[in-house]
Design a protein around this ligand. Sequence first.
Ligand SMILES: [Zn+2]
Ligand SMILES: [Zn+2]
Length: 105
Amino acid sequence: MTGEYVALMTCADCKAGFAECPECVNSVRIDPATGYPPDVVVIDGKSKHNPNPNPEAVRRSVARPVCDPCVTHRNEVLQGGTPEGAHIVGVTMLAAERHRRHHRE
Ligand SMILES: [Zn+2]
Ligand SMILES: [Zn+2]
């Protein structure tokens, strides 16, 4: 019997508490010095993609869990092609869906 274990986490994006399988949860790398991913720069309150992230920021960044509602929102932003989504590199599978596939056998 595996795969029915969930852990309580705090979303790196919306700061909400949620319960997810720690093996399947989506994560982003966050630079603790800024609270943003190392490849994001914030200009006038809008996040922009930084193609040349500071190697120091990349090194000190840590993986933080992201809840499915936030992943859904990022996917929608990306599909909408709005500039706010420019730093998102790809549509991400939801943790719930990954969990279902990952633990099927
Ligand atoms: Zn969230
Ligand atoms: Zn899982």
